[in-house]
Design a protein around this ligand. Structure first.
Ligand code: ZN
Length: 317
């Protein structure tokens, strides 16, 4: 099997949707989603894509609807495929959680190399990346961006989950949420930098408590309607629970990491195996949860070299 997503080279079809007046999302069959919200004389963009070249294609779609300048670029978390395209937005402020800034400083360079190796197709014209993306505004709990009238955009940290510093963007007036990688709709989860137990319990509880009527997850189609939003959150929780159950059992029985991988694959593949990035992510997911069980609280840094070692140890390719 080709390493991670390095064999996934077919272009995905992009779908532009206006979820409410001035609220936009672009989804792409399991590639990372992006969004935007219009204020009175500015735009807030959510997520930056992997490169400025890739971001400019999204901005060209957005510019068919609005010419307002980007005042805020909001980053849901530190991962390269969400942050390294930031230069294209010319944003006045780049907003992220305090832990996201810390993670970029600590491991941004290694993560860039790791993600480029895992998902080369997403890095359109990698030479267009000027360097790491540095947030200019950070917060640890909650931040509100007024949008005019009674409209506002609430940025909130719901606890540790996909990473230590995930934030969601919530429009209370429209009841629409951009959830980043905390929720995936019919796409597999990446948990290689995650805090599984917290994510599956209190963090997803808080995400659910917003009562969104539409939700844009990190990957996959927009979930529209309360039932579909509930299904996306439940699917995310189920994935985490099954991973924890199977890897936890192998660890408790003093099995090997490979035993844990096989058990997790057997349990998850029937339901999730056909979804985007399932095979790519699972070795890294199992390794990270195994580390958590071993008492490693702060995720170890993925490097291009460590990626290859874990892949070789857990897959046959
Ligand atoms: Zn991510």
């Amino acid at each position: 099997m080709a390493f991670a997503s390095s064999g996934d080279l077919a272009a995905k079809e992009e779908t532009f949707v206006e979820l409410a007046a001035g609220v936009y999302a672009l989804t792409a069959e399991g590639d990372p989603n992006v969004g935007a919200v219009e204020g009175p004389d500015f735009v807030v963009c959510f997520e930056a894509r992997a490169t400025p070249a890739a971001a400019r294609r999204w901005l060209a779609r957005l510019r068919e609807r609005t010419e307002k300048p980007v005042r805020y670029l909001v980053l849901s978390h530190y991962h390269a495929v969400r942050t390294l395209g930031a230069a294209a937005f010319d944003a006045a402020e780049i907003v992220a959680h305090t832990e996201t800034r810390r993670l970029i400083a600590e491991r941004g360079r290694q993560d860039w190399e790791s993600e480029l190796g895992r998902m080369p197709r997403l890095f359109e014209d990698p030479a267009s990346i000027p360097g790491l993306t540095w947030p200019t505004v950070t917060f640890s709990d909650r931040m509100v961006i007024p949008l005019g009238g009674d409209r506002e955009l609430v940025l909130a940290h719901c606890g540790r989950g996909h990473t230590a510093g995930d934030i969601v963007a919530w429009l209370p007036h429209e009841r629409i949420m951009f959830a980043g990688d905390l929720v995936e709709a019919q796409a597999a989860l990446y948990t290689g930098d995650a805090f599984h137990t917290e994510w599956a319990s209190s963090t997803l509880d808080r995400v659910q408590a917003f009562g969104a009527e539409a939700l844009v997850g990190g990957r996959g189609a927009v979930a529209t309607g309360e039932d579909t939003v509930f299904a996306a959150i439940t699917q995310t929780r189920h994935f985490l629970d099954e991973l924890r159950r199977t890897v936890g059992a192998a660890h408790a029985e003093r099995g090997t990491l490979k035993d844990a991988f096989t058990a997790a694959h057997d349990a998850l593949a029937p339901r999730f195996g056909g979804w985007p990035i399932f095979e790519h992510c699972l070795p890294f997911n199992v390794q990270r949860y195994w580390d958590e069980l071993e008492g490693v609280d702060w995720p170890r840094i993925w490097t291009a070299e460590r990626d290859q070692q874990v892949w070789a140890a857990l897959t046959d390719g």
